[in-house]
Write a protein that binds this ligand. Structure first.
Ligand SMILES: Cc1cc2nc3c(=O)[nH]c(=O)nc-3n(C[C@H](O)[C@H](O)[C@H](O)COP(=O)(O)OP(=O)(O)OC[C@H]3O[C@@H](n4cnc5c(N)ncnc54)[C@H](O)[C@@H]3O)c2cc1C
Length: 390
């Protein structure tokens, strides 16, 4: 069993990759997190290192210059990076969701033109779906891409909360090509939008956590986009293309949750042996022991659920409910562990001298992104009924 294949690569190869990621985290991430996070500085040097390691092409096929890693391995990488600093995982996560949209749904020309540049990180970015008045209800977006004969499209509208949109140079942009269509999704299309005249960053958004990484509001003001930038070359498929990427996105976010849940546990296990009260380390007090046990149990369960969803996805099996369950559980685990870790650390948990305070601010985003956990519960229960008709 020592070298059984891990869905595409063997265990030895996977271990080598993960060891490389561990060294990168220890050498290039951990020593700099505190300062970069505190001052909300974009981690340029870390990004350069990730380019060198090929991480911008982690899940892009080797045919297009990517590493072609299975999602199971990619989830482990994301878990490790998030345990050190969640923001760094976001720099590649939404970039790779954009890449997956092109790889799965793009024309041959689009794949050949974009994927090699995505893989090196020459073109970087994310996905621009959310608007000031539409997040969960994506069909209510108002950004319009109006056809201009054979010249392409003229895009007008605003996008909100777009990750990687200041430092990046490209987004997968969801817009209405037919605002009157019924059902509404038939009028929605997805474009590869590179920065240019009319594509403006109107403001960088200030956030509770998830610092360092850029999140912005975008304005498209008579932005011209050529017809060959329409993903798949056919109008009306945009929402479907976006939704098909959500399984992968949810596995990614679940892996981030596992990373934070594990890191907050590790910090707590360490601290509880160092801190003494009433003549003994606090890990000898039952109240602390109960918390550590609950935290460890959440981590194990979250990781297994995430692995199960990643394996189903990698094998091409149905994974919508599995990914939703993993995302729901692992992100709630991250939030609960962050709070428990703060209790274990007492006053020091609230201090910037320890990483718990940052993880406690980062974790809530996981409850919101890639489908809020409220919506995911409705997805799971809908699937339960669909899969178990009487
Ligand atoms: C830091 C950050 C980064 C982000 N990055 C990106 C990005 O890169 N690209 C992008 O496109 N978006 C991004 N987002 C946006 C994110 O995806 C949305 O915030 C999320 O989808 C929720 O949408 P909303 O904020 O409009 O909330 P709303 O949709 O207004 O929801 C508000 C509340 O109502 C609940 N709710 C809504 N509808 C229902 C329903 N039918 N049943 C039950 N409850 C419901 C929700 O669960 C939530 O609790 C980012 C957000 C943040 C905070």
């Amino acid at each position: 069993m020592a070298n059984a294949p891990v869905l595409g690569i063997d265990q030895e190869q996977e271990q080598m990759i993960l060891d490389g990621v561990d060294s990168f985290i220890e050498r290039d991430v951990k020593p700099y997190v505190s300062e970069l996070e505190d001052q909300d500085i974009y981690p340029e040097d870390i990004v350069e290192k990730m380019k060198e390691m090929g991480l911008f092409g982690a899940t892009i096929s080797t045919d297009y210059g990517g590493l072609g890693l299975p999602v199971t391995t990619y989830a482990k990488i994301i878990e490790k990076i998030s345990g050190a600093w969640m923001s760094v995982s976001g720099i590649i996560n939404s970039h790779l969701i954009m890449a997956a949209a092109v790889e799965r749904h793009g024309t041959t020309e689009q794949k050949q033109s974009y994927l090699p540049r995505f893989a090196t990180g020459e073109l970087r970015g994310g996905v621009a779906l959310t608007e000031p008045d539409a997040g969960t209800d994506l069909q209510a977006i108002r950004t319009v891409a109006e056809r201009e004969g054979n010249q392409g499209y003229r895009v007008n509208g605003n996008k909100m909360w777009i990750t990687n949109s200041i430092e990046g140079n490209c987004v997968a942009l969801l817009a209405k090509t037919d605002p009157k269509a019924e059902p509404r999704h038939k009028g929605m299309s997805l474009f590869i939008a590179e920065k240019g005249p009319g594509f403006e960053v109107s403001r960088k958004l200030k956030k509770l956590g998830y610092k360092g990484i850029d999140t912005a509001e975008l304005v498209f003001n008579d932005y011209h986009i050529e017809a060959d930038k329409l993903i798949g070359g056919e109008e009306g498929l945009g929402l479907k293309q976006v939704l098909s990427g959500l399984e992968l996105g949810r596995i990614n976010v679940a892996a981030r949750g596992v990373g934070i849940a594990q890191a907050t546990l590790d910090e707590s296990v360490k601290y509880s042996q160092m801190r003494k009260t009433f003549g003994k380390p606090i890990c000898k007090h039952q109240a602390i022991q109960l918390k550590l046990a609950d935290m460890a149990t959440r981590v194990e369960a979250a990781r297994l659920l995430t692995e199960r969803a990643a394996e189903a996805y990698q094998k091409g099996e149905r994974a919508d409910m599995e990914a939703a369950i993993a995302k729901l559980f692992a992100t709630e685990a991250a939030m609960e562990n962050a709070l428990d870790a703060m209790r274990v650390h007492g006053g020091y948990g609230y201090s910037k001298e320890f990483p718990i305070e940052r993880m406690f601010r980062d974790a809530p985003l996981l409850l919101i992104g890639e489908g809020t956990n409220e919506i995911l519960r409705t997805v799971i229960s809908r699937q339960l009924i669909e899969r178990n008709p009487i």
